[in-house]
Design a protein around this ligand. Structure first.
Ligand SMILES: NC(=O)c1ccc[n+]([C@@H]2O[C@H](COP(=O)([O-])OP(=O)(O)OC[C@H]3O[C@@H](n4cnc5c(N)ncnc54)[C@H](OP(=O)(O)O)[C@@H]3O)[C@@H](O)[C@H]2O)c1
Length: 344
């Protein structure tokens, strides 16, 4: 039994990763179609040991597609997700366009897989922001154990979170600094090579950025509306994987040893936490990997029931492509969809 899968944004960072992950996990496909804009018509993209030619989203007929994995930005998602959903395919969208819609489930399978059942209202399921996905994977088991009251997060987000052009900008600026010494900011507001920028997405009226707001709103929707969260989102000159310094205040007491043990048993988490040189995970080591890594777990004696820790994951995988494919697996494993071609 195989499903017909369309990947929209297949020539982009997340889309390519989706194709890799579908192949790696031997996802039950009958056919995979790569879609992008007209600019990429005919461009080759890899799917396992096969090569697919990109087709134009604007002229594609979705009437026999089962699942559409979409990562082509908010504008494309706003326009196309309802149209594709109306043709009967279930859209799993990576942009922020649908995340806050009350008729659209926002899912991280390790955390709130049961919330998926509402998907049929619009045939759209949203994938959270990359920095939220890894955070809630680590917070969920601790919340179950000791009830989170407040979270303070500082993120260290890689440039791949801003798309393939942003990766090129870090590469070309880094090279330019060693040759001509001149750099031109393009995608980023300031030089990103050998620098850090405390600004991701647009500014909101209250002084937070939209990236910081997303983390707060999405954590509430996925995990618990009672959790208070404040974030500072920072772009760093790293190609892949986001890191987060997390500080949590709980309702009930919880020790660092208890947290370490809980996280060791938790789905999607991998604890690497030795109090010695190199006894923690950095973004470089998490790139290309599936787990959400947790290191540097310690008690914060400045608040009641406080813990501090370090969370790292590959933003293109758990932060986007892997999470989207896991959502598709939930649909199939729970028999919430069946292949349309077979039903016909
Ligand atoms: N990168 C991350 O860590 C991450 C994490 C979570 C969510 N997301 C979200 O995922 C989405 C894609 O991110 P990305 O990093 O993969 O971006 P990207 O590397 O810039 O790729 C964008 C993709 O969208 C396609 N596209 C753009 N405009 C289109 C149109 N009008 N019609 C059809 N296809 C179009 C592009 O096709 P062409 O090549 O033809 O232009 C390309 O395949 C964004 O919404 C982003 O916010 C990203």
């Amino acid at each position: 039994m195989g499903f017909k899968i369309a990947v929209v944004g297949a020539t982009g960072n997340v889309g390519r990763e989706i194709l890799d992950i579908l192949a790696e996990r031997a996802f039950p496909v009958s056919e995979v179609v790569a879609l992008a804009s007209r600019r990429s018509l005919g461009q080759d993209v890899s799917f396992g040991d096969r090569t697919l030619k990109a087709k134009d989203l604007a002229t594609y007929d979705f009437s026999d597609t089962d699942i559409c994995l979409m990562s082509a930005g908010g504008d494309v998602a706003r326009e196309w997700a309802p149209r594709i959903g109306a043709q009967g395919a279930v859209v799993i969208d990576n942009s922020s366009a649908w995340r806050y819609d009350s008729d659209v489930p926002l899912i991280v399978p390790e955390v709130n897989a049961d919330a998926i059942t509402g998907f049929s209202k619009k045939n759209i399921i949203a994938n959270p922001n990359c920095s939220t996905a890894q955070l809630v994977v680590a917070l969920k088991p601790l919340h179950d154990a000791a009830t989170i009251r407040r979270v303070v997060v500082a993120t260290y987000q890689s440039v791949s979170g801003a798309g393939k052009d942003a990766m090129d900008e870090l590469f070309s600026q880094t090279r330019a600094i060693f040759t001509t010494g001149e750099v031109q900011p393009g995608k980023f507001t300031k030089r990103i090579a050998f620098n850090v920028i405390p600004h991701i997405d647009v500014f909101m009226e209250d002084g937070y950025t939209k990236e910081e707001w997303k983390m707060m709103a999405e954590t509430k929707k996925i995990l618990d509306p009672a959790i208070k969260l404040t974030a500072t989102a920072v772009r760093v000159p790293v190609f892949i994987s986001h890191a987060e310094a997390v500080n949590v205040e709980f309702e009930k007491p919880i020790t660092a040893d208890e947290a370490r043990e809980i996280l060791r048993q938790a789905p999607g988490c991998l604890v690497i936490d030795k109090r010695e040189n190199g006894g923690y995970i950095t973004p470089h080591e998490a790139a290309g990997e599936d787990p959400t890594y947790i290191s540097r777990i310690r008690e914060d004696a400045t608040v009641e029931n406080g813990l501090a820790f370090w969370v790292v994951a590959d933003n293109l995988r758990k932060g986007a492509a892997l999470n989207a494919v896991q959502i598709a697996e939930v649909l199939i494993n729970r028999k919430l969809i069946s292949p349309r071609a077979q039903a016909a």
